[in-house]
Design a protein around this ligand. Structure first.
Ligand code: ZN
Ligand code: ZN
Length: 108
């Protein structure tokens, strides 16, 4: 293997993160970094956790206390103004019990 930038023969380099082929002149090897398997595995685990987590609404990220069950995160659904000079109508759907409250006016 040769350095992508200067063509020098790569030498094994030992670091605290592991051992890989490195240019003696210190050039980075983009392709080698992309093949870093531990990082890819971590990303896959994250995706699987999100898919498995179906007990709570992952879209419920807005601070809104449910009047029905007291849960403090809700999913925001903007419906839009019925007339041009009116503010948008916003509905907050509870992330736990699904109770929907309608809010009128601006929601920052
Ligand atoms: Zn180099
Ligand atoms: Zn609720």
């Amino acid at each position: 293997m040769f350095c992508k930038q200067c063509g020098a023969i790569l030498v094994p380099k030992k670091t605290e993160y592991g051992k890989w082929m490195s240019c003696p002149h210190g050039h980075t090897q983009p392709e080698l970094n992309q093949e870093n398997k531990p990082v890819i595995t971590k990303n896959r685990e994250k995706v699987e956790k999100i898919e498995v987590n179906d007990g709570e609404n992952i879209l419920a990220v807005y601070d809104h206390k449910c009047k029905k069950c007291g849960y403090e995160k809700a999913e925001m659904r903007e419906i839009g103004a019925f007339y041009g000079d009116e503010d948008n109508v916003v509905r907050m759907k509870c992330g736990k019990c699904g109770h929907v409250e309608q809010l009128e006016g601006k929601v920052s």
